[in-house]
Design a protein around this ligand. Sequence first.
Ligand SMILES: [Zn+2]
Length: 327
Amino acid sequence: MVRRCAIGVDIGGTKVAAGVVTADGAVRRVVQRPTPVQQGVEAIGQQAAELAREASLRAAQEGYAPVGVGLAVAGQVDVRQQRIVGATRRFEGWERVPLKAVVERVTGLPATMDNDAKAAARAELRWGAARGARFAIVVTLGTGVGGALVVEGRVVDGARGLAGHIGHIPVQDDGPTCACGRTGCVELYAAAPGIVSVAAEAAGPAVVLHDAGDVWRAAEEGQPWAQLALGRAAESLGMALAGLVHALDPEVIVIGGGLSAWGESWRSRIERAVGARVMPAFSGRFEVRLAAYGPQAGIAGAGALVLEQVEGGDRHAPAAGGTIREP
Ligand SMILES: [Zn+2]
């Protein structure tokens, strides 16, 4: 029996990964390579297409029929136009790359794309920690802070498909400049590089920090500079999320991304920070959960995007370049 599947591709700043996403949300046969940042954005697009093709060959070997390729893309994606409209410095010129067309040409499959954090949220909504929720906030904490809002059981795209950039909610009226060009964004305090830089400044030059994991371990050991940085991260997230809770009235907030690996104590820390800032009417009326998907959230979410379109649930499936078809 041939079973239907999607190919999910996650294009991030450090690696590009592709895998087979089955109808029940399992991710299998993952292939990945480092993102060829030095070779330019065209090479990144080409690598994503080749990994998608490899994953689709592996799917066929296992008796799966891929119905399309989903792309979870770092950067700002206009989902209606199916175009990249903004990116960080690692992806200089990313807007020029006709990613959807490149992937369709190499794989022979229809492709569709969305921002990586929004894609991850689709996986949590369909199969994971936000399953069954009508109103939810999904926030991903990693190299940046990303996210998505769920309204009436659907991931919100916004007027141009740019909704969900939770990381750039301002929580300070000054401070360092963000990659987005503004100051005071929550990402500057709650994403891994921000945590490291706040900690490094507080610790002084005698302490060498490689990543946010070093800060986490130092905080566990009771180092005050590390606790200060993590406190700053939690309080900043608390501010941004409390604002969203007031605006959305969610049932659940899902914490995903690499830093969600810090687990229950980090989850409850964020829960307390949000809880301390919401109006009494919201107090205790929403749950804060850890994401069900770890590093494979982007792949799973890209697959969910394809499966949603196959099921006809998509309100604005791309018109040009082939729509997703039944096998
Ligand atoms: Zn910003």
